[in-house]
Design a protein around this ligand. Structure first.
Ligand code: ADP
Ligand code: MG
Length: 356
């Protein structure tokens, strides 16, 4: 990364016996869309609040363009913020809300007017300038919150689950809009969500948090296809897990044995003969065939129809249950409970996980 706009170094924050941040190190690149993803309680809001300056860290430092801002008060960090519960001021009009950060910064009235208009245009809410927040829908209110956060042209925008209160369809629309806005403005976004799909669809880079520490970081494609450990493989999308014993590894080919089933896996990891490893296998990488077509016999236990895909739980005699995701528009067999089938996968489909 060419010199990061923001660096978090060894950040620690404890609440009693809880380590909300446990030695977090993170560099944020200028202009990137960075997402903090993790389950509830994993430390996402704490990390964002530490960056914003709302909470004081117990240890660690923060630099903005190489300048130490660890002890700088929030109002002098100049970050735009859209927080989950950070509602609009109910007694101010939309225009007054959006102009508020500029007024606090004592900008001249003419400049405030222009910037407010620009910010409202940006979120396509120009026609709503004189309304009160209570006269807007939830999605419109979030648009205004975004305009308010952007009105003073901050260099970094911090967003804590800004879409989580909205219904699914509206959330999807606003995801596209936010992403387009990010591309258009080139501002650095640090975005918090617990929604895996949202993280995958919007981010340049995702940081996966658990118990206050970073589990893995990378672009969405890398994280989805090369999860490092079981937590990531399970949290980001769905996975089947197979415990295997390594027979031998020849180059990138790993001979695996799992409960009487032998197969090869292509991997760039190195594994000692005789070691036990866990494999993750994505449901869409499993193939479903007529009996004998693929290499393992199985029986369909349950089918769930989801429109463009269906999810099928099959059971193999020794490996147990596996989840398969099949496109509904090109299946050779129609899976129904009780049907005898066969399952298989390509050698590059399983991912070898690390232990922790
Ligand atoms: P997330 O945003 O990922 O859901 P948080 O950052 O809010 O998680 O919380 C991380 C952990 O710190 C949780 O265990 C939470 O209960 C705890 N925590 C956060 N804020 C406080 C606080 N003010 N007092 C005590 N515990 C807190
Ligand atoms: Mg939170």
């Amino acid at each position: 990364m060419t010199s990061p706009i923001l660096s978090i170094n060894d950040a620690v924050k404890t609440y009693g016996s809880i380590r909300a941040l446990d030695q977090v190190n993170l560099d944020v690149a200028e202009g990137e869309f960075l997402t903090l993803l993790g389950p509830s309680g994993s430390g996402k809001t704490t990390l964002l609040s530490a960056i914003a300056g709302f909470i004081k860290m117990d240890g660690g430092s923060l630099t903005l363009r190489s300048e130490d801002i660890t002890n700088r008060p929030p109002e002098h960090r100049d970050f735009g913020m859209v927080f989950q519960g950070y509602a609009l001021f109910p007694t101010m009009t939309v225009r007054e809300n959006v102009g508020f950060p500029l007024k606090v910064r004592k900008k001249p009235a003419a400049e405030i007017q222009k910037k407010v208009n620009d910010a409202l245009e940006m979120v396509q809410m120009g026609a709503f300038a004189d309304r009160m927040p209570s006269q807007l829908s939830g999605g419109q209110q979030q648009r205004i919150a975004l305009a308010r956060a952007m009105s003073f042209s901050p260099q970094v925008l911090l967003l804590d689950e800004p879409l989580s209160a909205l219904d699914k369809k509206l959330r999807a629309d606003l995801q596209w809009e936010l992403k387009a806005l990010h591309n258009q403005l080139g501002v650095t976004f640090i975005y918090v969500t617990h929604d895996q799909d949202e993280a995958l669809s919007m981010s340049d880079r995702i940081i996966i948090l658990k118990d206050g520490s970073i589990q893995q970081q990378g672009d969405p494609n890398t994280l989805y296809n090369r999860p490092r450990n079981k937590f990531v493989a399970d949290f980001l999308g769905k996975s089947n897990f197979i415990d295997v014993t390594v027979g031998a590894q020849t180059g990138t080919t790993l001979q695996c044995a799992a409960k009487g089933v032998a197969f090869n896996v292509e991997t760039d990891t190195h594994n000692a003969a005789g070691s036990d490893v866990k494999l993750a296998l994505r449901p869409e990488r499993l193939k479903l065939g007529a009996p004998g077509e693929e290499f393992l016999p199985a029986v369909v236990k349950q089918v769930s129809y989801l429109g463009e895909r269906c999810q099928v739980i099959v059971k193999h005699e020794t490996l147990g249950e596996m989840l398969i995701s099949c496109p509904t528009w090109k299946t050779d067999i129609t899976p129904v409970a009780g049907l005898a089938v066969s399952i298989g996968w390509d050698p590059d489909a399983p991912v070898v996980l690390s232990e922790d």
